[in-house]
Design a protein around this ligand. Sequence first.
Ligand code: GLC
Length: 690
Amino acid sequence: MIRKKSYGHPFDTEAVVGSYTPLDGPLPFLTEEGGGRFSCPLDEDAVVYGLGENVRGINKRGWIYENACSDNPNHREDARSLYGAHNFLVVDGAQRFGVFVDYPGKVTFDVGYTDSSVLTIQTEEPDLTLYLIDGDSPEDIIRQFRSLVGRSYIPPKWAFGYGQSRWSYMTADEVREVAARYREAGIPLDAIYLDIDYMEGYKDFTVNQDAFPDLSGLSAELKEQGIRLVPIIDAGVKIEPGYPVYEEGVRQGCFCKDEDGADFVAAVWPGRVHFPDVLNEDARRWFGGYYKVLLEQGIEGFWNDMNEPAIFYSEKGLENAFAQIDTYRTENLDIHTYGALQGLVAGLKNSPEDYRSFYHRHKDGLVRHDRVHNLYGYNMTRAAGEAMEALEPEKRILLFSRSSYIGMHRYGGIWTGDNLSWWSHILLNLQMMPSLNMCGFLYTGADLGGFGGDTTEDLLLRWMALGIFTPLMRNHSATGTRRQELYRFPHVEAFRQIVSLRYVLLPYLYSEYMKAALGDGMYFRPLAFAYPEDAFARRVEDQLMVGESVMIAPVYQQNARGRYVYLPERMKLVRFGGSHQAGQNVLETVQEELLEPGHHYIDVALDEVVFFLRPGHLVPVSRGGRCVADVDFTHLKLLGYPEGGCPYELYDDDGFRKDYDDPAHITRIRVDGSGAIHTEGTAGKEIQWL
Ligand code: GLC
């Protein structure tokens, strides 16, 4: 049951689209302390799940999180906020409930940080709506929550292929070379991402004609090879007379305003910019309309960036800083004054003062940005999503964002921003996935190999072995760092096997994704959700369930030859890669072994991927392909641990259209006592044991 209670004058975030029961009386589960503050005791065994994109573990206990969308590339253990604000958590202890704090400004979740036995929630202002959900299990609560906030975004099927990205693909020829070298190396690839360098002077919806003289031609040429181009779109619109997006935006009053009613001036990549007022419906329609410019050049996917929105400096902030800097010129700079001088420049970036100095023209009146800060990325992506709906009503378009709020999950996915080539960030990637799924973000993944810093081959191999399970599987890195396209490393064959395995597993991964999206379920689950009675499983922080049949336990430490894995029940270890001949189909490298419940040390070589199959469960696989379009989804093989009938519902569709709910997409698979495979459904699948 979902109960709703509002306080003060809450802002309508439009996150909620489902039904609930209004509540007038006192709150269940939480104590109302007034002023936007709520608390509850946490018993010793309680586990707290959720909060989406944040640092730390699957169990969020023991830290304080300040959900305020931040352009913060330091995803250290002590970060309090990353790019998204996902204010939903589930307490699973003596009390079991979920709470969604629908409030668009900063919300602080002190999850046993100040006092290990207390959870407190504090909004910046006392105008908010709470949704409280009780249920039989965390999963039941999450499903109810997800029906409240609406169906998760579904990308085209090709977007489940592997993508290569890099900030610094400077020319069309460089992009062609990436495609050619992937094809030469026999490593599957479905997308190449274009970062800000494809634009002319970092201006949205323009293409640098010297570097990319014929984007349509390039896009068609690559599509012939099964590879799509996915350009970035940034939030800031460059101020430049003669640039139509800027001029039209000014003319139509579509930019955010400053205190004096003038268009607010901040700066990002191109220098001075205005921000489209995406909280305003007209401005949203206006900005979204521009995506057409790229759709017309054969583009079928976008990533929206810098939409917290990130601010290098504001015009006013810069003026103030310059004025003050001068006063230090004649000083003997000691620890205090030197620190202050440094702070002057560092403090220009993403300054809270700047976020307090501009306004949106929302349907309910003028609203100061900081009060609705967490809605900007959401509404930028909504602008794009609504435009796609209007421009390409029959076709799925790939869309994901950096910044987000719950509600945005209906319009696009997210990537988890600027991580580093750190081993600890493999684990962070794993731990974030179920938390994001709870909040509705199913199409998600991290920059594989790490965005900042120099990667190493072993890190990349281990990270890819996790990445083949994440719906968004993209290798991305920052300009100036070591290049990390897979063909650049000595063990190209190992990379080929690992990425090929993704394509082998696609029938299962896609089916599990679609069932999660259509049924308000989770694709990645903590072990505790599959084994609620298992007290140890409840504490496992470095293994995950992927869909209903598979458990993964990636290696995330350098120089480790394997790792300890906890098996809550008897499971089948499935191993791919390892000793193979060059060019061999990864499917032929499969080895299987039954393991008893409990703790096992599992050897995993750098060129291997292992996962664990549950008894009575199946995994349909293909023979792979060099891109998603190459994969034969009709003639499938089964991996399984056939005990007790093994029913499996296989979802498949053409991957382009939006007829998601057509029952013809479902094939029911059943294995009888003699091991014979039976299928039911109209899709004509031919399925055999591997
Ligand atoms: C931001 C993005 C990153 C991108 C860079 C340049 O840091 O998070 O992915 O490469 O901007 O556009």
